[in-house]
Design a protein around this ligand. Structure first.
Ligand code: GLU
Length: 218
């Protein structure tokens, strides 16, 4: 069981995300990663490491990441080896980043369809299918939330996901179907996580997502 943390704030989120991951370490994991949208240009930057969150923390420190919005993940590999290339977040192009907890059972069929449509896969994970599928559906819908809604309807399996998109730089979309996810409410800032424990330093107000619900936080 892995961990998801996300934050949409007016301060730098990197420390909040890394602290959140550290608080989810008890769940077990083999690798960790973080994506943020940099301020101003909203360029998407990502750092991933095999091993401990502490290693990810020092890698983020070296590259001096910052952003007001971001998602982070500790992975427990189910599809593909525990390598940096298979660690989350997974991306589609320069714009979409996703973290995923669980298993996508129909990933092979979806991968084939998306490859035929021109998407290139670079990892061995089931999760990368989610990145390209949602990218495709968001473009078709012209709406972040609606695109995610249309894409998730095509997934079979148990999952929790959190998605960030460069064209919607103030918003995270998250959803659950079989894996837990909680929203943390702050003042002028909001969060998501697999477990409220991850968000204790930043809030004590929580909304537990119900099965099948999609949340948009800004
Ligand atoms: N199935 C995904 C993978 O192997 C997610 C695993 C997890 O829940 O950490 O990358």
């Amino acid at each position: 069981m892995c961990g998801i943390v996300g934050a949409a704030t007016q301060r730098n989120v990197v420390g909040i995300l890394l602290e959140g991951l550290q608080r989810l370490e008890y769940r077990g994991y083999d690798s960790a990663g973080v994506s943020v949208l940099e301020p101003v240009e909203h360029q998407m930057v990502r750092t991933r490491r095999v091993g401990k969150v502490a290693e990810l923390r020092s890698a983020c420190g070296e590259s001096n990441h910052s952003g007001h919005i971001g998602i982070a993940h500790t992975r427990w590999a189910t599809h593909g080896k525990p390598t940096e290339g298979n660690a989350h977040p997974h991306v589609s192009g320069e714009t979409l980043s996703v973290v995923h907890n669980g298993i996508i059972e129909n990933h092979e069929a979806l991968r084939e369809t998306l490859q035929t449509a021109g998407y290139q896969f670079v990892s061995e994970t089931d999760t990368e299918v989610v990145a390209h599928l949602l990218q495709d559906e968001i473009a078709k819908a012209g709406s972040f939330r609606e695109g995610v809604h249309n894409g998730l309807k095509q997934l079979e399996g148990a999952y929790a996901v959190a998605i960030m998109h460069r064209d919607y730089p103030d918003t995270l979309v998250a959803a659950r179907a079989g894996s837990p996810l909680v929203i943390g409410l702050g003042i002028g800032e909001n969060f998501i996580a697999s477990d409220p424990q991850a968000l204790r330093p930043v809030t004590d107000r929580f909304i537990y997502l119900e099965e099948g619900e999609i949340a948009e936080i800004t």
